[in-house]
Write a protein that binds this ligand. Structure first.
Ligand code: NDP
Length: 270
Protein backbone atom coordinates (compact mmCIF):
# COMPACT_ATOMS: atom_id res chain seq x y z
CA UNK A 1 0.00 0.00 0.00
CA UNK A 2 1.22 3.54 -0.80
CA UNK A 3 2.33 5.86 2.02
CA UNK A 4 -0.39 8.39 2.82
CA UNK A 5 0.07 12.19 3.07
CA UNK A 6 -2.37 15.11 3.07
CA UNK A 7 -2.69 18.88 3.15
CA UNK A 8 -4.99 20.15 5.89
CA UNK A 9 -6.77 23.49 5.92
CA UNK A 10 -10.12 25.23 5.84
CA UNK A 11 -11.06 25.83 3.06
CA UNK A 12 -8.93 23.26 1.21
CA UNK A 13 -10.68 22.21 -2.02
CA UNK A 14 -8.66 24.74 -4.06
CA UNK A 15 -5.28 23.35 -2.96
CA UNK A 16 -2.72 22.51 -5.64
CA UNK A 17 -0.70 20.38 -3.19
CA UNK A 18 -2.20 16.98 -4.20
CA UNK A 19 -1.35 17.71 -7.85
CA UNK A 20 2.17 18.87 -6.96
CA UNK A 21 3.04 15.92 -4.69
CA UNK A 22 1.64 13.32 -7.08
CA UNK A 23 3.72 14.92 -9.84
CA UNK A 24 6.84 14.72 -7.61
CA UNK A 25 6.12 11.05 -6.87
CA UNK A 26 5.58 10.22 -10.54
CA UNK A 27 8.69 12.09 -11.60
CA UNK A 28 10.81 10.19 -9.03
CA UNK A 29 9.10 6.84 -9.71
CA UNK A 30 7.53 6.55 -6.25
CA UNK A 31 4.01 5.69 -5.20
CA UNK A 32 2.24 7.91 -2.65
CA UNK A 33 -1.38 8.77 -1.88
CA UNK A 34 -1.82 12.53 -1.19
CA UNK A 35 -5.24 13.98 -0.36
CA UNK A 36 -6.71 17.34 0.73
CA UNK A 37 -8.44 17.07 4.11
CA UNK A 38 -10.92 19.67 5.34
CA UNK A 39 -10.50 20.21 9.10
CA UNK A 40 -13.23 21.95 11.15
CA UNK A 41 -12.10 25.41 12.28
CA UNK A 42 -12.29 24.37 15.96
CA UNK A 43 -10.97 20.84 15.42
CA UNK A 44 -7.26 20.92 14.67
CA UNK A 45 -6.13 18.66 17.56
CA UNK A 46 -8.80 16.03 16.85
CA UNK A 47 -7.96 16.28 13.14
CA UNK A 48 -4.25 15.59 13.74
CA UNK A 49 -5.07 12.64 16.03
CA UNK A 50 -7.47 11.10 13.49
CA UNK A 51 -5.07 11.39 10.57
CA UNK A 52 -2.17 9.98 12.58
CA UNK A 53 -4.34 7.04 13.73
CA UNK A 54 -5.31 6.41 10.12
CA UNK A 55 -1.63 5.89 9.33
CA UNK A 56 -0.76 9.14 7.51
CA UNK A 57 3.03 9.63 7.34
CA UNK A 58 2.99 13.40 7.08
CA UNK A 59 0.92 16.52 6.52
CA UNK A 60 1.16 19.93 4.96
CA UNK A 61 -0.63 22.62 6.93
CA UNK A 62 -2.23 25.69 5.40
CA UNK A 63 -4.53 28.57 6.35
CA UNK A 64 -5.73 28.97 9.09
CA UNK A 65 -3.90 26.28 11.08
CA UNK A 66 -0.17 27.03 10.71
CA UNK A 67 0.13 28.97 14.00
CA UNK A 68 -2.11 26.58 15.98
CA UNK A 69 -0.02 23.59 14.89
CA UNK A 70 3.13 25.51 15.81
CA UNK A 71 1.73 25.95 19.33
CA UNK A 72 0.72 22.32 19.70
CA UNK A 73 4.02 20.73 18.59
CA UNK A 74 6.96 20.62 20.99
CA UNK A 75 9.46 19.04 18.57
CA UNK A 76 10.15 21.63 15.84
CA UNK A 77 13.00 22.73 13.58
CA UNK A 78 14.79 25.96 14.38
CA UNK A 79 13.40 27.60 11.24
CA UNK A 80 9.85 26.64 12.27
CA UNK A 81 10.46 27.95 15.78
CA UNK A 82 11.60 31.31 14.37
CA UNK A 83 8.83 31.43 11.77
CA UNK A 84 6.12 31.03 14.43
CA UNK A 85 4.28 28.69 12.07
CA UNK A 86 4.43 25.06 10.93
CA UNK A 87 3.57 24.07 7.35
CA UNK A 88 4.95 20.51 7.43
CA UNK A 89 4.38 17.72 9.96
CA UNK A 90 6.25 14.41 10.00
CA UNK A 91 4.45 11.56 11.79
CA UNK A 92 7.30 9.34 12.99
CA UNK A 93 6.98 5.54 13.26
CA UNK A 94 7.29 5.76 17.07
CA UNK A 95 4.13 7.92 17.19
CA UNK A 96 5.93 11.24 17.78
CA UNK A 97 5.33 14.36 15.67
CA UNK A 98 7.88 16.79 14.21
CA UNK A 99 7.07 20.24 12.82
CA UNK A 100 8.96 22.22 10.18
CA UNK A 101 8.41 25.29 8.05
CA UNK A 102 9.54 25.07 4.43
CA UNK A 103 8.02 28.34 3.12
CA UNK A 104 11.17 30.39 3.62
CA UNK A 105 13.50 27.92 1.99
CA UNK A 106 10.93 27.58 -0.81
CA UNK A 107 11.07 31.31 -1.52
CA UNK A 108 14.88 31.43 -1.37
CA UNK A 109 15.26 28.41 -3.69
CA UNK A 110 12.88 29.98 -6.19
CA UNK A 111 14.78 33.29 -6.10
CA UNK A 112 18.31 31.87 -6.17
CA UNK A 113 17.98 28.71 -8.26
CA UNK A 114 15.01 29.28 -10.56
CA UNK A 115 15.55 33.03 -11.07
CA UNK A 116 19.33 33.09 -10.62
CA UNK A 117 19.41 35.92 -8.07
CA UNK A 118 22.43 36.25 -5.78
CA UNK A 119 20.92 37.59 -2.54
CA UNK A 120 24.25 38.44 -0.90
CA UNK A 121 24.77 42.19 -0.42
CA UNK A 122 21.39 42.99 -1.96
CA UNK A 123 19.01 45.65 -0.62
CA UNK A 124 15.77 43.77 -0.06
CA UNK A 125 12.33 45.24 0.67
CA UNK A 126 9.80 42.85 2.21
CA UNK A 127 6.21 44.16 2.10
CA UNK A 128 3.95 42.79 4.83
CA UNK A 129 4.44 41.55 8.38
CA UNK A 130 2.00 38.63 8.57
CA UNK A 131 2.72 34.90 8.74
CA UNK A 132 4.24 34.63 5.27
CA UNK A 133 6.63 37.54 5.87
CA UNK A 134 7.75 36.22 9.25
CA UNK A 135 8.49 32.78 7.76
CA UNK A 136 10.93 34.09 5.15
CA UNK A 137 12.98 36.55 7.24
CA UNK A 138 15.51 34.13 8.73
CA UNK A 139 16.13 32.27 5.43
CA UNK A 140 16.60 35.61 3.60
CA UNK A 141 19.01 36.93 6.25
CA UNK A 142 21.02 33.69 5.97
CA UNK A 143 22.07 34.89 2.47
CA UNK A 144 23.65 37.99 4.07
CA UNK A 145 21.84 40.77 2.21
CA UNK A 146 23.15 44.33 2.67
CA UNK A 147 19.84 45.32 4.26
CA UNK A 148 16.39 43.82 4.79
CA UNK A 149 13.64 46.42 5.18
CA UNK A 150 10.23 45.27 6.36
CA UNK A 151 7.43 47.67 5.45
CA UNK A 152 3.88 47.16 6.64
CA UNK A 153 0.54 48.98 6.74
CA UNK A 154 0.55 48.54 10.51
CA UNK A 155 4.04 49.81 11.33
CA UNK A 156 4.12 48.28 14.83
CA UNK A 157 3.97 44.76 13.37
CA UNK A 158 6.98 45.46 11.14
CA UNK A 159 8.82 46.87 14.17
CA UNK A 160 8.04 43.76 16.21
CA UNK A 161 9.47 41.50 13.49
CA UNK A 162 12.56 43.68 13.05
CA UNK A 163 13.22 43.46 16.80
CA UNK A 164 12.65 39.69 16.79
CA UNK A 165 15.19 39.01 14.01
CA UNK A 166 17.61 41.84 14.75
CA UNK A 167 20.27 39.44 16.06
CA UNK A 168 20.40 37.58 12.72
CA UNK A 169 21.32 40.42 10.36
CA UNK A 170 20.77 44.01 9.18
CA UNK A 171 17.00 44.48 9.42
CA UNK A 172 14.84 47.59 9.85
CA UNK A 173 11.16 48.49 9.86
CA UNK A 174 9.31 51.16 7.88
CA UNK A 175 5.86 52.36 6.94
CA UNK A 176 4.98 52.20 3.22
CA UNK A 177 4.99 55.94 2.53
CA UNK A 178 8.27 56.56 4.41
CA UNK A 179 10.34 54.48 1.96
CA UNK A 180 12.75 56.68 0.01
CA UNK A 181 15.53 54.43 -1.37
CA UNK A 182 15.36 52.03 -4.28
CA UNK A 183 15.85 48.30 -3.79
CA UNK A 184 17.43 45.41 -5.69
CA UNK A 185 14.58 43.09 -4.74
CA UNK A 186 11.01 43.82 -3.60
CA UNK A 187 9.00 40.88 -2.24
CA UNK A 188 5.27 41.36 -1.77
CA UNK A 189 4.20 39.24 1.22
CA UNK A 190 1.00 41.19 1.84
CA UNK A 191 -2.36 39.71 0.96
CA UNK A 192 -3.30 42.96 -0.85
CA UNK A 193 -3.14 41.22 -4.24
CA UNK A 194 -6.03 38.99 -3.15
CA UNK A 195 -8.23 42.11 -3.31
CA UNK A 196 -6.49 43.50 -6.39
CA UNK A 197 -4.71 46.16 -4.28
CA UNK A 198 -1.08 47.28 -4.26
CA UNK A 199 0.59 48.51 -1.05
CA UNK A 200 1.04 52.30 -1.42
CA UNK A 201 4.83 52.37 -1.70
CA UNK A 202 6.59 55.18 -3.59
CA UNK A 203 7.61 54.39 -7.17
CA UNK A 204 11.12 55.55 -6.20
CA UNK A 205 11.60 52.12 -4.57
CA UNK A 206 11.91 50.65 -8.10
CA UNK A 207 14.85 51.20 -10.43
CA UNK A 208 15.54 49.53 -13.77
CA UNK A 209 17.62 46.96 -11.80
CA UNK A 210 14.82 45.91 -9.41
CA UNK A 211 13.38 42.39 -9.32
CA UNK A 212 9.76 42.38 -8.06
CA UNK A 213 8.35 39.17 -6.59
CA UNK A 214 4.73 38.61 -5.52
CA UNK A 215 4.21 35.63 -3.19
CA UNK A 216 0.69 35.34 -4.53
CA UNK A 217 0.42 33.34 -7.76
CA UNK A 218 -2.03 33.79 -10.57
CA UNK A 219 -2.44 32.84 -14.24
CA UNK A 220 -2.66 36.57 -15.03
CA UNK A 221 -0.46 39.39 -13.66
CA UNK A 222 -1.30 40.25 -10.05
CA UNK A 223 -1.96 43.91 -9.19
CA UNK A 224 1.55 44.15 -7.70
CA UNK A 225 3.17 42.71 -10.83
CA UNK A 226 1.16 45.10 -13.03
CA UNK A 227 2.41 47.97 -10.84
CA UNK A 228 6.02 46.71 -11.07
CA UNK A 229 5.89 46.43 -14.86
CA UNK A 230 4.35 49.89 -15.13
CA UNK A 231 7.34 51.26 -13.22
CA UNK A 232 9.87 49.42 -15.42
CA UNK A 233 11.07 46.78 -12.97
CA UNK A 234 13.89 44.71 -14.45
CA UNK A 235 12.06 41.45 -13.87
CA UNK A 236 8.92 40.16 -12.15
CA UNK A 237 7.63 36.84 -10.86
CA UNK A 238 4.65 35.49 -9.00
CA UNK A 239 4.92 32.94 -6.15
CA UNK A 240 4.18 29.72 -8.03
CA UNK A 241 7.84 28.67 -7.87
CA UNK A 242 7.84 29.28 -4.11
CA UNK A 243 4.76 27.06 -3.77
CA UNK A 244 6.44 24.22 -5.67
CA UNK A 245 9.80 24.63 -3.89
CA UNK A 246 8.27 24.59 -0.39
CA UNK A 247 6.37 21.44 -1.39
CA UNK A 248 9.59 19.84 -2.65
CA UNK A 249 11.27 20.52 0.69
CA UNK A 250 8.31 18.87 2.50
CA UNK A 251 8.59 15.90 0.11
CA UNK A 252 12.31 15.64 0.94
CA UNK A 253 11.58 15.62 4.67
CA UNK A 254 9.10 12.76 4.24
CA UNK A 255 10.74 10.75 1.46
CA UNK A 256 14.45 11.48 1.89
CA UNK A 257 15.10 12.77 -1.63
CA UNK A 258 14.42 16.08 -3.36
CA UNK A 259 12.24 15.88 -6.49
CA UNK A 260 12.87 17.81 -9.70
CA UNK A 261 10.85 21.01 -9.37
CA UNK A 262 11.20 22.68 -12.79
CA UNK A 263 9.09 20.09 -14.59
CA UNK A 264 6.32 20.57 -12.00
CA UNK A 265 6.50 24.38 -12.24
CA UNK A 266 6.20 24.04 -16.04
CA UNK A 267 3.26 21.65 -15.63
CA UNK A 268 1.39 24.11 -13.38
CA UNK A 269 2.09 27.03 -15.73
CA UNK A 270 0.37 25.21 -18.61
P1 NDP B 1 -1.55 37.36 6.82
O1 NDP B 1 -3.01 37.54 6.91
O2 NDP B 1 -0.82 36.72 7.94
O3 NDP B 1 -0.86 38.81 6.62
C1 NDP B 1 -1.38 39.72 5.67
C2 NDP B 1 -0.42 40.89 5.48
O4 NDP B 1 -0.89 41.66 4.38
C3 NDP B 1 -0.33 41.84 6.68
O5 NDP B 1 0.99 42.36 6.75
C4 NDP B 1 -1.34 42.94 6.30
O6 NDP B 1 -1.04 44.19 6.88
C5 NDP B 1 -1.11 43.02 4.81
N1 NDP B 1 -2.24 43.54 4.04
C6 NDP B 1 -3.45 42.96 3.88
N2 NDP B 1 -4.23 43.71 3.05
C7 NDP B 1 -3.48 44.80 2.70
C8 NDP B 1 -3.72 45.93 1.87
N3 NDP B 1 -4.89 46.09 1.23
N4 NDP B 1 -2.72 46.83 1.71
C9 NDP B 1 -1.54 46.65 2.34
N5 NDP B 1 -1.25 45.61 3.15
C10 NDP B 1 -2.22 44.69 3.33
O7 NDP B 1 -1.31 36.61 5.43
P2 NDP B 1 -0.06 35.68 5.06
O8 NDP B 1 1.16 36.34 5.54
O9 NDP B 1 -0.34 34.29 5.47
O10 NDP B 1 -0.10 35.66 3.43
C11 NDP B 1 0.30 36.79 2.66
C12 NDP B 1 0.35 36.43 1.18
O11 NDP B 1 1.37 35.48 0.91
C13 NDP B 1 -0.96 35.83 0.64
O12 NDP B 1 -1.24 36.43 -0.61
C14 NDP B 1 -0.62 34.36 0.46
O13 NDP B 1 -1.37 33.78 -0.59
C15 NDP B 1 0.85 34.43 0.09
N6 NDP B 1 1.60 33.19 0.36
C16 NDP B 1 2.16 32.51 -0.68
C17 NDP B 1 2.88 31.34 -0.48
C18 NDP B 1 3.48 30.61 -1.64
O14 NDP B 1 3.92 29.46 -1.48
N7 NDP B 1 3.57 31.22 -2.81
C19 NDP B 1 3.07 30.79 0.88
C20 NDP B 1 2.45 31.58 1.92
C21 NDP B 1 1.74 32.73 1.66
P3 NDP B 1 -1.54 44.59 8.37
O15 NDP B 1 -0.57 43.95 9.32
O16 NDP B 1 -1.50 46.06 8.42
O17 NDP B 1 -2.94 44.03 8.52
Amino acid sequence: MSDKYAVIGNPIAHSKSPLIHHAFAKESDQSIAYTAELIPLDGIEAGLDTLQQKGFKGLNVTVPFKEQVWQSLTDKSERATLAGAVNTIVFNDDGSRYGDNTDGVGLCLDLTQNHGIDLANKRILLLGAGGAARGVIQPLLAFQPAQLTIANRTLSKAQTLAALFNHLGPIRASGFEQLTDNFDLIINATSASLQGDVPPIPSATISSQTFCYDMMYSSTDTAFIQWAKKHQAAKTSDGLGMLVEQAAESFRLWRGSKPNTQTVIDLLRQ
